[in-house]
Design a protein around this ligand. Structure first.
Ligand code: GRF
Length: 201
């Protein structure tokens, strides 16, 4: 059985983590969640981890190196980022080729100069370099017809890498960041679980 580490921060709510925990319990993902690593002690996801008896680790960048943690202390098969804020160095990415997954609230193309098409044929927004609420705000500011998120492997290119799966969410006329993000997150949970269930199978 594959083992996973999920990396979170206080930028998110831990909802993707909870969806992964649920899917493991329901045997939709055949993996063991070895550890949840957070870069701060106040990440909401830590509450989900503790409630579900998943070991947690607060990462201290002054004293620890993430690649050492993930090879020596928690030698897992896949590293799953969800709302992780810290930059993962190219050296670490090279050490874990196609082993680090991320979910990004934007539509990452298959090629670096590509554009994802929305279901209505308009151009999807990549939201490269934008994080959580700022990314969702960007869909609204640009009057996009669809929001979307992408599960991908990390690569040396920022917010880019082999795409595993994407989701789209139609934007409604009165959407706010909160209303749109709430619906998008539900789809994020589904695609992250689907991607993990495939790669762990
Ligand atoms: C997700 O929206 C993901 O796309 C982004 O960070 C957010 C984390 O949300 N990278 P949550 O903590 O899983 O609710």
């Amino acid at each position: 059985m594959k083992s996973l580490a999920v990396l979170i921060s206080n930028a998110g709510t831990g909802s993707n983590l909870q969806a992964i925990i649920d899917a493991i319990r329901e045997k939709k993902i055949s993996a063991n969640l070895a550890v949840v690593i957070s870069d701060s002690p106040d990440a909401h996801g830590l509450i989900h981890a503790k409630k579900n008896n998943v070991p947690t680790h607060i990462f201290d960048s002054k004293k620890e190196k993430i690649e050492e943690l993930l090879t020596k202390k928690y030698p897992v098969d896949y590293i799953v980022l969800t709302g992780w804020k810290k930059i993962i160095s190219n050296k670490t990415i090279a050490e874990f080729p196609n082993k680090i997954l991320n979910i990004h609230p934007g539509l990452i193309p298959d090629t670096i100069d590509g554009i994802v098409k929305n279901p209505d044929g308009t151009n999807g927004l990549w939201n490269r370099g934008k994080f959580t609420d700022a990314a969702v705000q960007h869909f609204l500011d640009n009057h996009a017809t669809y929001a979307g998120s992408t599960v991908h492997f990390l690569s040396n290119e920022f917010d880019f890498g082999p795409v595993l799966i994407r989701c789209f969410e139609k934007i409604k006329p009165n959407d706010t960041v909160k209303s749109l993000y709430e619906r998008l997150k539900k789809k994020e949970h589904n695609i992250y679980v689907e991607a993990l269930s495939k790669i762990c199978d």
